[in-house]
Design a protein around this ligand. Sequence first.
Ligand code: MN
Length: 131
Amino acid sequence: MGARMAGEKILLVEDNPVNRRLAVFLLRSQGYQVLEAATAQEAFAILASEGPHLIVMDIQLPGMDGLEATKKLKEQPGTAHIPVLAVTSYAMKGDREKALAAGCAGYITKPIDKNTFIQEVAALLGNKSRI
Ligand code: MN
């Protein structure tokens, strides 16, 4: 994991503390720096001063949901370029399409499969220069 030693910065938006702790653990185990937000509003506050390389966005959030938050981020020049990986707990037909339509670059379902999660994150970070 030498290429990861620089520790790309990832903003994790997840309201469930147990899920958040697991995702933080997995991301830090890969050498990433992790910023944590429990709501879209917290995420926007962090993004006012931080420029993460990737946002991992839970779709089911209290208040503004992850799809609406992603649409907002994609409308703003300061954050439009940051890839968003959507995470959802119910894989309903059409959810993937909704996430992609909102501007998400990738989509995974809960419960998080450790390997899929890490692979998706690495793929989106590797692709970021082409977005
Ligand atoms: Mn949630």
